[in-house]
Design a protein around this ligand. Structure first.
Ligand code: ADP
Ligand code: MG
Length: 209
């Protein structure tokens, strides 16, 4: 289930990435998606810092496709930019397969939507949308293959919210967060406060049963 965050300014985006870093499995892959100036590189700077590297060493690797930064004990962060990648075969020239397979190499890919088929199943997607001058919406998708979802990411999930009180729901809990909200909803039915957008038809009942 995707988790949603908002940041106001580059420092907040870096802080979010710094927070993500220690939650990553060894050698994890982070796929960044977003238009030019969204904040992908900014996010990678935060990741580098959170992993024990130097955030100032991270800049847009657009002209080199891949840049490796030492971080922490023997680990490194490979910062890849898929923007100028001509053909997917070009990925081989940076040793993509080896980078992704190496448990000592974290991989952060900008413009990851250009190499979707090459991303590992365990890849964590970070989608950054430009909302306002300094405002960004950041949606993280944590696949099952990446292991247990950290609590703070789980609690920012947006797919399910209680239809009565809008609190985030557990994956399997249905449309209500509690029996209380279920009863409140029933009350709305009885009081006629529900409005249907069109008249009910015979087939609607069949679909329900
Ligand atoms: P990208 O790599 O996606 O092209 P960059 O990280 O290089 O983007 O640049 C993002 C730009 O947007 C920077 O100039 C940064 O200062 C600015 N910015 C403003 N608000 C934010 C924010 N909330 N998060 C990230 N960057 C922001
Ligand atoms: Mg960039």
């Amino acid at each position: 289930m995707p988790a949603e965050f908002h940041t106001n300014g580059p420092e907040e985006t870096r802080a979010l990435a710094r927070r993500l870093a220690p939650a990553l499995a060894k050698g994890a892959c982070v796929a960044l998606v977003g238009e030019l100036g969204a904040g992908k590189t900014c996010f990678v700077q935060g990741l580098a810092e959170g992993l024990g590297g130097d955030p100032d060493a991270v800049s847009s690797p657009t002209f080199v496709i891949s840049c490796e930064h030492p971080c922490g004990d023997q680990a490194q962060l490979a910062h890849v930019d898929a923007f100028r990648l001509g053909a997917q075969e070009e990925l081989a020239t940076i040793g993509w397969t080896e980078l992704v397979a190496d448990p000592m190499t974290y991989v952060a890919v900008e413009w990851a939507d250009r190499i979707v088929s090459e991303l590992p199943d365990s890849c964590i997607e970070v989608r950054i949308e430009h909302i306002g001058e300094d405002l960004r919406r950041i949606v993280m998708t944590w696949p099952q293959a990446a292991g247990a979802v950290p609590d703070w990411i789980q609690s920012a999930s947006v797919a399910g919210t209680c239809i009565v009180c809008q609190v985030p729901l557990e994956a399997t809990a249905g449309p209500f967060c509690s029996q209380r909200c279920q009863m409140a909803d029933l009350g709305r039915w009885f009081s006629g406060r529900y409005v249907l957008p069109r008249p009910l038809e015979e087939t609607d009942w069949e679909a329900e049963s």
